[in-house]
Design a protein around this ligand. Structure first.
Ligand SMILES: Cc1cc2nc3c(=O)[nH]c(=O)nc-3n(C[C@H](O)[C@H](O)[C@H](O)COP(=O)(O)OP(=O)(O)OC[C@H]3O[C@@H](n4cnc5c(N)ncnc54)[C@H](O)[C@@H]3O)c2cc1C
Length: 305
């Protein structure tokens, strides 16, 4: 994609005004393709469909960059309700969340308290919670909080972004502590001081991170829609005799569904990241930034209204 367009979409993804508007007007502009409705019930119905077709799920109640204590509390309550709904409905899903939705930008202790409640509830249901990785300014604090939580909970993991120079060292460190890791390319607008600007370098680093995490015997989620990287992971695990029980593939809801099915049919564990809720705007803009065809799809939808 033209770099200026990607950059513009990623800047827009942070607009609080646009986010508030989007919340008020409901799921629009084709966002339904990437977001499984606004309520827990609609999300659970989608999870059930995906489970029936052989796929596991991680549910994400959308929200980020919260700057108000009440909103952070509401978000934490929503995460608790989502864990209860997963348990009550009997679907196969765990939870993904972002620390800024739980108040990280307001007060670290507040966020930590919310996380402990959520992990306690997940543990009571025998479930797992993944902390998504946000932009690089929050990377170190996310790792610090994660390690603090790991002293009490083993049902929590996080995400490593291959575009960050620091990721290889972080993976080595976290894998040696057996922290479950999801490896992604990275979805935010980052300066070249901290992140590889070229896609080829990001892809190369992605392979290195997968090898490091798996090579350390760590449970690894290989989260990408990139067929070359998926082929690499399949070849590497075959060659090294790494059991399929040590890793899973992950993809986003609405992206490459046929590929998700192919991998599941080939006997791999495939988990789909299913976001839901009213706070869909930032997530949707990042999906548009990843692929120009998505912008054309939105414009066509608007023209046909
Ligand atoms: C399960 C999961 C969890 C994630 N969690 C995080 C996280 O915590 N933090 C973070 O920074 N990022 C996260 N990401 C996003 C990730 O960083 C990438 O931005 C995203 O996955 C696109 O990169 P790619 O690996 O698919 O490769 P790309 O090279 O971007 O894409 C490969 C191919 O996949 C398809 N594709 C990719 N994106 C799209 C799209 N939006 N629409 C349609 N087709 C597409 C296209 O066919 C494309 O050619 C997550 C991704 C996944 C799959």
């Amino acid at each position: 994609m033209e770099e200026w367009m990607r950059s513009a979409l990623l800047s827009l993804s942070k607009s609080k005004g646009a986010n508030d508007l989007a919340k008020r007007y409901g799921l629009r502009f084709g966002a339904q393709r990437f977001v499984a409705g606004e309520t827990i019930d609609s999300a659970i119905a989608k999870v059930r469909q995906l489970n029936d077709s052989g796929l596991k799920v991680t549910l994400d109640h959308l929200g980020e960059f919260v700057s108000d204590r009440n909103e952070a509390r509401e978000s934490a309550d929503y995460c608790l309700r989502t864990l209860d709904a997963i348990a009550q409905s009997g679907v196969t899903a765990n939870l993904s969340l972002k620390l800024t939705q739980l108040g990280l930008d307001i007060d670290r202790e507040l966020c930590l308290g919310h996380m402990k409640e959520i992990l306690e509830r997940a543990r009571s249901h025998g479930n797992f919670v993944r902390i998504d990785m946000e932009d690089h300014t929050r990377c170190q604090v996310t790792i610090d909080l994660l390690l603090q939580l790991r002293e009490q909970f083993d049902n929590v993991g996080t995400v490593m972004q291959a575009y960050l120079y620091r990721a290889a060292d972080d993976v080595a460190d976290l894998a040696s502590r057996h922290v479950p890791l999801r490896i992604v390319k990275g979805a935010y607008k980052e300066p070249r001081e901290v992140a590889f600007p070229l896609k080829a370098d990001v892809d190369q680093n992605y392979k290195k991170l997968v090898q490091r995490s798996l090579g350390a015997g760590n449970y690894t989620a290989i989260a990408t829609h990139d067929e070359a990287l998926i082929r690499f992971a399949r070849d590497y695990t075959d060659r090294e005799g790494i059991a399929p029980s040590q890793f899973e593939f992950q993809m986003l809801y609405g992206i490459r569904p046929a590929l998700q099915q192919d991998l599941a049919r080939a006997g791999y564990t495939v988990r789909v990241y299913v976001p839901f809720g009213t706070d869909w705007y930032g997530y949707f803009m990042r999906r548009l930034a990843e692929r120009p065809a998505n912008v054309a799809f939105v414009l066509r939808g608007m023209a046909n209204r």
